[in-house]
Design a protein around this ligand. Structure first.
Ligand code: URA
Length: 211
């Protein structure tokens, strides 16, 4: 089955939890807990296309051919630092996943993303690779991270976020039409400071209690 470029995971539990997270008076602990809970549900959807094989197992009753995941363990790539909030929940669902981190900052002169950290699992060409970042805003970091991962051989990729702005989705579609995006909501737009509207504010600040 071919994936649509954008999938909005409109499960009622996801939507309800997201509405609570958006509220400005939710505590840091509450925000983190909800993000972890939503991550489990998002992980379920983003891995729908993982391939299965069968293995012979013995139940207490008889032998059977049981479905099991095929191939190399998948790779989760967190875009620092907010990606780590999504990563934690997904790792609970997929504890054997391999994990990588990409750190980018925005050069104040050129406004382009600059790498400050890059450490990813080996054999990305043989793994489903899921890039996680709660906010797909301008799409600049997402595009740069996917560029870097493709240079390392990643082919079968997904981008998973909590909120997406149309601008970021468009930018990803132009740069990486082969990377399907999964999100809990496609919001209205970006404001002049690059925040998603209506959004939830700065995801990193809200999950780590910084300002
Ligand atoms: N990053 C955030 O944390 N929030 C936004 O609204 C946009 C980018």
């Amino acid at each position: 089955m071919t994936q649509p470029h954008l999938t909005v995971i409109d499960h009622p539990l996801v939507q309800h939890k997201l509405s609570i997270m958006r509220k400005k008076d939710v505590s840091t602990a509450g925000f983190r807990r909800l993000l972890r809970e939503i991550s489990l549900l998002l992980a379920y959807e983003v891995t729908r296309e993982l391939e299965l094989t069968t293995t012979t197992i013995q139940t207490p009753i008889q032998e059977m051919q049981a479905p099991t995941l095929e191939g190399k363990k998948l790779a989760l790539i967190s875009l620092l630092r907010a990606g780590n909030g999504l990563l934690d929940g997904i790792l609970e669902m997929i504890p054997s996943a391999r994990v990588g981190f990409v750190g980018l900052y925005r050069d104040p002169q050129t406004l382009k993303p600059v790498e400050y950290y890059f450490k990813v699992p080996s054999l990305l060409d043989q793994r489903m690779t899921i890039v996680v970042d709660p906010m797909l805003a301008t799409g600049n970091s997402a595009v740069a991270a996917v560029d870097m991962l493709k240079e390392r051989g990643a082919k079968n990729m997904r981008f998973l976020c909590l909120l997406a702005a149309p601008e970021g989705v468009q930018r990803m579609k132009e740069a990486h039409p082969d990377v399907p995006i999964f999100t809990a909501s496609l919001d209205e737009r970006l404001d002049d400071h690059g925040y998603i509207v209506p959004g939830l504010g700065d995801a990193g600040d809200r999950m780590f209690g910084t300002k």
